[in-house]
Ligand binder design. Structure first.
Ligand SMILES: Cc1cc2nc3c(=O)[nH]c(=O)nc-3n(C[C@H](O)[C@H](O)[C@H](O)COP(=O)(O)OP(=O)(O)OC[C@H]3O[C@@H](n4cnc5c(N)ncnc54)[C@H](O)[C@@H]3O)c2cc1C
Length: 331
C-alpha cells in the first residue's frame, strides 16, 4: 500500500470513528508559537479511547506521526511539514479515588493544580502557571516554584510502538532534570498519568502560595511576546572557571541592576551581546531573561532562532536545550 492509499484509509477510519480532524492545516494556526509548516492531517481525539484507536491504526500501518500536547515546549521549523499531527488537548479523562488522580494525557496542568489546591492536595501549587498538558509535563519532568513532576507522578500508561500498553512506574521513567526515559527515546505515547494525591495541605495556605507564584511569574517572566519560556534547561556562561569576559559582565549587571532597577536586566542583556560581539541577538531576547527568546513578529525566521541557540552554545560552558526542535517526523 503506498502512502496515499494509507492516508485515504486513515481518513476513512477517522470519519467512521468520529474523531475530529482537519486536512492541510498550517501549523502557524495551531501551535503555541504560531510557527511551523503545514500538516496534511491535524487530528484531535476527544478521549483516551479515540487516541488509542488512531494510534493502533497508525502502528498497524507503520505510519509515522507527530504527537503534541499544548506544544508549549516545541519549536516547529518553518519547513517542517509533518504528514500527521495528533494533539492530545482534548484527551482530558479525569478520575480520582482516595490517594490517586488519573488524568488523560491532554489534561491541562494548570487545571490540575487548581483542582489539587481547592481539594487540599499538596505538591501542586507551583504548577499554577505551567502552560502544558500532563503528558507533556510527565515527559519533560516539568517543574516550577517548588513543584516538580517527578515528585508527584506515580506512573504513566504507555502505548509502545509495537502496540502494547504497559504501565511505567515513576522509577522506570528515569527522571532527570527536565528529562525522562521517554523524552530520550521517543518510543511511544503516554495515554494517561497517575498522580499521587496522598499529601494533604491547608487550602488557604496553598491558595496564598499559588497566588504568590502567579505574581512572581508575571513579574519575572516574559508575557508581552510569544515565547517558549526557558529555551535551555542549563545555560552556564563562561568557557572557563575564570572567564574574564563573563566576570566583567557580572560586575556590570550588578551595577546596572542597582542603578536602573527595573531596566537593569534589559541593559545588562544588551551589554552581554556587545561583549560577545553579537549585538544583533539582543532584539530577540526577552528583557526579563536572556534564556528566553521572543517572537516579536511573524518575520522572525528559523535563522534568527538558530543564530541565538548557536550564540549560547558557542559562548557557554554548557547550554542544554530544554525545548524540543521539531524538524523530522520520528514517532
Ligand atoms: C511561557 C512558558 C512558560 C513555561 N514555564 C515552564 C516552567 O516554569 N517550568 C517548566 O518545566 N516548563 C515550562 N515551560 C515549558 C512547557 O510548558 C512544559 O514543558 C510543559 O509541560 C509542556 O507541555 P505541553 O503539553 O505543551 O508539551 P508539548 O510541547 O506539546 O510536548 C512536549 C514533548 O512531549 C511530547 N508529547 C506530548 N504529549 C505526549 C504524549 N501524550 N505522549 C508522548 N509524547 C508526548 C511531544 O512530542 C514533545 O516532544 C514553559 C513554557 C512556556 C511557553
Amino acid at each position: 500500500m503506498n502512502i496515499q492509499e494509507k492516508l485515504n484509509e486513515l481518513e476513512k477510519i477517522l470519519i467512521q470513528t468520529n474523531i475530529n480532524f482537519e486536512k492541510n492545516v498550517s501549523l502557524k494556526k495551531k501551535t503555541w508559537l504560531k510557527h511551523g509548516g503545514e500538516t496534511n492531517f491535524w487530528v484531535q481525539p476527544n478521549c483516551k479511547n479515540q487516541l488509542k484507536t488512531i494510534l493502533d491504526f497508525l502502528h498497524s500501518k507503520k505510519m509515522t506521526f507527530e504527537i503534541i500536547g499544548n506544544s508549549s515546549n516545541c519549536y516547529f521549523t518553518e519547513n517542517y511539514n509533518p504528514i500527521i499531527t495528533i494533539t492530545t488537548t482534548k484527551v482530558t479523562d479525569f478520575d480520582i479515588d482516595q490517594n490517586t488522580i488519573r488524568c488523560g494525557c491532554g489534561y491541562n496542568v494548570i487545571k490540575l493544580s487548581k483542582y489539587c489546591i481547592q481539594n487540599g492536595i499538596a505538591g501542586y501549587e507551583g504548577f499554577i502557571g505551567l502552560p502544558g498538558t500532563v503528558g507533556g509535563a510527565a515527559i519533560n519532568n516539568s517543574g516550577c516554584y517548588g513543584s516538580i513532576i517527578s515528585e508527584v507522578v506515580k506512573s504513566v500508561e504507555f502505548l509502545k510502538k509495537d502496540g502494547t500498553v504497559v504501565t511505567l512506574s515513576n522509577e522506570q521513567l528515569e527522571y532527570e532534570h527536565r528529562s525522562s526515559v521517554i523524552k530520550k527515546h521517543k518510543n511511544g505515547v503516554i495515554l494517561s498519568v497517575e498522580f499521587d494525591a496522598s499529601k494533604k495541605g491547608n487550602v488557604k495556605l496553598m491558595e496564598e502560595k499559588a497566588e504568590k507564584n502567579k505574581s512572581h511569574r508575571k513579574k519575572h517572566q516574559e508575557s508581552t511576546y510569544l515565547n517558549l519560556g526557558s529555551i535551555h534547561s542549563e545555560l552556564k556562561w563562561g568557557k572557563r572557571r575564570w572567564d574574564l569576559r563573563y566576570l566583567v559582565f557580572q560586575v556590570f549587571a550588578k551595577i546596572a541592576n542597582k542603578i536602573f532597577s527595573n531596566n537593569g536586566r534589559k541593559i545588562s542583556n544588551y551589554f552581554l551581546c556587545l561583549l560577545y560581539f553579537k549585538p544583533s541577538i539582543y532584539k530577540n531576547i526577552s528583557d526579563k531573561n536572556f534564556n528566553c527568546f521572543v517572537w516579536k513578529s511573524s518575520n522572525i525566521t528559523d535563522n534568527d532562532f538558530f543564530s541565538y541557540v548557536n550564540f549560547c552554545k558557542k559562548n557557554t560552558k554548557k547550554a542544554e536545550l530544554e525545548i524540543e526542535i521539531k524538524n523530522n517526523q520520528k514517532c
